[in-house]
Design a protein around this ligand. Structure first.
Ligand code: PGA
Length: 246
């Protein structure tokens, strides 16, 4: 059985107060409701330590992760954060290759593969993001494009345990989700491509891009969708809970 997981990506948002609100609120919710599988929150890096401590202290079974990671293990790389540091701070996951990092911070396919390998080497799980721009889909090249991103990102994976997140760029933060047929088609394709590098049957493939409480059940119910990567809606406790609820 593949694990199911709903991951919140807070991006450049949040505060200490939001971390406390989530630790306490998710604790209460999990004590009385059943959820989709596992939950994780990826806050800005400075909050990883305190958010994971708050989860542990309050006995809340919610994992914490980073939104990015260094491509190097250590050394003179001012401003970077290694996968081992994320792990030591209590992180179990690191998002790698989010489209915002690819578009604005120079994360190339090659860098994404190296970062993913660093995360695996540190003993935590990369959440590798892939997804096409609207023009690529309109030209009918989306399967080929995303397939290449997946092969490149997994080129150093060597059967590692990892997660892939399909996030069509045109669906992120826009309120336009991909429809069920588009999502299922792409997830099936990603699983096929990933099988050259990892045990794809056991690799969770998440959907991301404007997931909200009204579309989550349909998307998460698709055969090849194993969870969600949630941006905007993960900043509101009620919405995040509604997405995770079963
Ligand atoms: P969104 O972001 O849910 O706000 O569309 C998803 C993401 O970028 O991970």
């Amino acid at each position: 059985m593949r694990k199911q997981i709903v991951v919140g990506n807070w991006k450049l948002n949040g505060s200490r107060a939001l971390c406390e609100e989530f630790a306490l609120g998710l604790g209460k919710f999990l004590s009385r409701e059943s959820i989709v599988g596992e939950l994780a929150i990826c806050p800005p890096a400075v909050y990883i330590d305190s958010l994971s401590s708050a989860m542990v202290i309050n006995e809340v079974n919610v994992a914490v992760g980073a939104q990015n990671v260094a491509a190097q293990e250590k050394g003179a790389f001012t401003g970077e954060m290694s996968a081992a540091m994320i792990k030591e701070a209590g992180g179990s996951y690191a998002i790698v290759g989010h489209s915002e990092r690819r578009a604005m911070f120079g994360d190339t396919d090659e860098l994404v593969a190296t970062k993913a390998a660093q995360v695996v080497a540190a003993g935590i799980t990369p959440i590798i993001c892939v997804g096409e721009e609207l023009a690529v889909r309109e030209a009918g090249n989306h399967l080929e494009f995303v397939g290449q991103q997946v092969s490149a990102a997994l080129s150093q994976a060597q059967s590692a345990t990892l997660i892939v997140a399909y996030e069509p760029v045109w669906a992120i933060g826009t309120g336009n989700t991909a429809n069920a047929a588009q999502v299922q088609e792409m997830h099936e394709h990603i699983r096929k491509v990933a099988s050259a590098s990892v045990n794809a049957e056991l690799t969770p493939i998440l959907y991301g891009g404007s997931v909200n409480p009204s579309n989550a059940a349909e998307l998460l119910g698709l055969p090849d969708v194993d969870g969600a990567l949630v941006g905007g809606a993960s900043l509101e406790l009620e919405k995040f809970i509604a997405i995770a609820k079963r």
